[in-house]
Every structure is written in structure tokens, then in C-alpha cells.
Design a protein around this ligand. Structure first.
Ligand code: ATP
Length: 332
């Protein structure tokens, strides 16, 4: 009911009153039920004005990631339907996997797990992801697709595209992609993405795509300071970002790109857009391959999501598995 009330109050542009009677009619509940829900919203930090004979209007919205706040903003058809919110989890990917494995009824295709903090946030290859309470958006999309498991790694690139697009649209920042799984803003990392899968040889049980977006941090631990940034840091003194609005925007983009990807289960239709946002494109890069490092010029991705790197003797297709890419002089 809170989701619906927020949706209705927002439809009024936030500025207009909506009468209690109209709310009751829209929701099919009593005035007392509406009043209770409004009070719960006020307790959660919403400023809602109530004026006799006029009704209610929304004055301001807190920066919270609650289920109702996200769901009332989300325009997606199936991604984030539903949202599962947690104050704190070990990692949202872990929670999504537990959900998919333990409770067959819960956690269907498209469910999104979101947390205010992670105490064991993870990056690739067992590395950690700093996930301080209240500063970021930590979320995972759970998917149960009919898909060849060999195609799953490309979904990291689909999420990267969605995150870059969503951040660009809702903040105006020049969010770019550092192949394959990071979003950088002005040369520093603002988002990390981690895709994990449970599969048999030819059958996907489920895939979880987790992302951590740095939003409100004002500084980072020393070891990260030179390569990490947050959206607020890049926006400077402007209005801070409302995390639920940003998350809704990223999820909507993800749904759109995922559907395009699934038509052929490759990146052919997304490649041009991905490459246009690729910060490495046209630059000299160092490929940190455990089998041997080398340098070359990044040329863009192919339809399987491999990074094409031009070097003497021809073009190399670099697959994402164990590899990281750096700029020659720094992180990008
Ligand atoms: P790299 O970023 O080194 O090229 P990667 O993309 O594979 O490699 P991930 O596994 O995605 O890296 O992310 C983990 C790394 O990101 C950590 O080792 C740490 O250096 C860095 N990191 C951890 N937390 C954050 C954060 N909140 N913001 C930015 N970077 C972080």
C-alpha cells in the first residue's frame, strides 16, 4: 500500500494535494488505513503535508532504498518485480544465490536484492568491495534465463552498459565503461560489477549480477583513493543523488538492454553503444593476463564481449575471465 500511495502522491507532481477520500477510492481501503500508512511514511522520513479539506501532498523524499521507494519509481516490466530490501547482508549476490537455492517460491526471474550495507562485498577473483552503510547502492539482479551457460559472461557487459547509461541519464555525469566490468567517472572507478552463475554443462540454474555504485562517499581508504570515486564527489556541490531514483533508472536500462541481448544471446545489437562508452577505446592499454602481460591499442569489443587489442602482428581477442586492463599511465 505504501508503494501505491507514493506512486499516487508522485503522480500529482509532488506539489498538488490529493484528498484522503480519493486515496481511499484508488486503494480500496479505509481512511484509517490510509492515515496509518501515511504515518509510517512520515516515520521513514517522508515530509507529507496534511491539510483539512484539501488532503495530502508530498513535500520531500528521504534518500532511502526501501522496497516501496524503489518500486514506486520503477517503470520496468519484470526487473525489480519484486524488490527485496535488507539493512545489511554479507553480499547481495550471496543473498540472491541463497534465495534462488533455498526458496523455490521466492526470488523469481528478475527479482532484485538491495542492501543499505554489505559486510563482505566482493569483487572479481575473491577481492573485496568496500560497501559502507548509507553511501552506496548495493544490488543484485537474479536471473533464471533459458540460456547457454557459455553466454553468461556477456551479461556483465549488459549491466555495465545499463549502469553507465542510468548514471548518465539521472546525474548528467560522463559515466564511461572500463572493460569489462567497471564504470569510471572522470578516470576513477565509481561502480563494480560481479556476475556469478550456477549451471550444469548445458543448463543455467540461475545467474546473479551484482553491482556496487559509489554514491555518497566523501573519501576512500588510502589504498583506493587514487582510483575510486563517488557520484557526489564528481558532482561537487550540487544536489546529492537520490539513490532510489538512480537505481530505478539503472534497472530500467538493464531490462531494455537485456531484452535486446536475449534476441540473439550476443552483444551484436549493443556493441556500438558499448564501444561509444568504452573509456579504453582507441587508447594504449596493458592487458594483465595471468598467462603473460602485454600492451596494445584497445579497439572495442566484438559481439561476444571480448576486447579487441591491436598489436604488432595482428589483433588479439581478450576474454574477460581472468584478465584486467589498465591504461599505460594509470588506472584507465
Ligand atoms: P581492476 O579494477 O583492478 O581493474 P576489477 O575490475 O577486476 O579490477 P573488481 O574485482 O571489479 O576489480 O573490484 C575489486 C577491486 O576494486 C578491489 O580489489 C579494489 O581495488 C577496488 N575496490 C573495492 N571497493 C571499491 C569501491 N567501493 N570503489 C571503487 N573501487 C573499489
Amino acid at each position: 500500500m505504501k508503494t501505491k500511495i507514493l506512486g499516487i502522491l508522485r503522480q500529482e507532481g509532488g506539489g498538488e494535494f490529493i484528498s484522503g477520500q480519493e486515496l481511499c477510492k484508488c486503494l480500496g481501503v479505509s481512511r484509517t488505513a490510509v492515515w496509518k500508512a501515511i504515518n509510517q511514511l512520515k516515520d521513514a522520513g517522508y515530509q507529507i503535508e496534511a491539510v483539512q479539506n484539501k488532503g495530502y501532498r508530498l513535500l520531500s523524499v528521504p534518500d532511502i532504498l526501501s522496497k516501496s521507494e524503489i518500486e514506486s519509481r520503477l517503470q520496468a516490466k519484470w526487473v525489480g518485480r519484486p524488490i527485496y530490501y535488507y539493512d545489511e547482508v554479507d553480499s547481495t549476490n550471496n543473498e540472491a544465490k541463497r534465495m534462488a537455492e533455498k526458496s523455490p517460491g521466492a526470488g523469481g526471474h528478475g527479482a532484485v536484492i538491495v542492501a543499505e550495507a554489505q559486510n563482505a562485498g566482493r569483487g572479481r577473483r575473491g577481492r573485496g568491495w568496500e560497501s559502507p552503510k548509507g553511501d552506496g547502492i548495493f544490488f543484485t539482479v537474479l536471473l533464471k534465463p533459458d540460456m547457454d551457460p557459455a553466454n553468461a559472461p556477456m551479461l556483465t557487459l549488459v549491466m555495465a552498459l545499463a549502469a553507465a547509461k542510468g548514471i548518465g541519464k539521472s546525474t548528467g555525469l560522463p559515466a564511461a565503461i572500463k572493460w569489462p566490468n567497471d564504470i569510471v567517472v572522470n578516470g576513477k572507478k565509481a561502480v563494480g560489477i560481479l556476475t556469478e552463475m550456477s549451471a550444469q554443462v548445458d543448463y543455467v540454474n540461475h545467474i546473479v549480477i551484482g553491482a556496487g555504485i559509489n554514491v555518497h562517499q566523501g573519501s576512500f581508504p588510502e589504498k583506493l583513493a587514487s582510483k575510486a570515486t563517488s557520484l557526489d564527489m564528481e558532482l561537487g556541490r550540487q544536489e546529492p543523488v537520490l539513490r532510489a531514483a538512480l537505481l530505478a533508472s539503472v534497472l530500467e536500462e538493464f531490462e531494455r538492454y537485456y531484452e535486446a541481448f536475449m534476441e540473439r544471446q550476443d552483444l551484436a545489437s549493443l556493441m556500438a553503444e558499448y564501444n561509444s562508452l568504452l573509456v579504453n577505446c582507441g587508447r594504449q592499454v596493458r592487458v594483465l593476463d595471468p598467462l603473460g602481460e602485454f600492451e596494445g591499442k584497445a579497439l572495442g569489443i566484438n559481439e561476444r564481449g571480448a576486447l579487441l587489442v591491436g598489436r604488432e602482428g595482428g589483433t588479439v581477442e581478450v576474454s574477460s575471465g581472468e584478465v584486467s586492463v589498465r591504461g599505460i599511465y594509470g588506472y584507465v
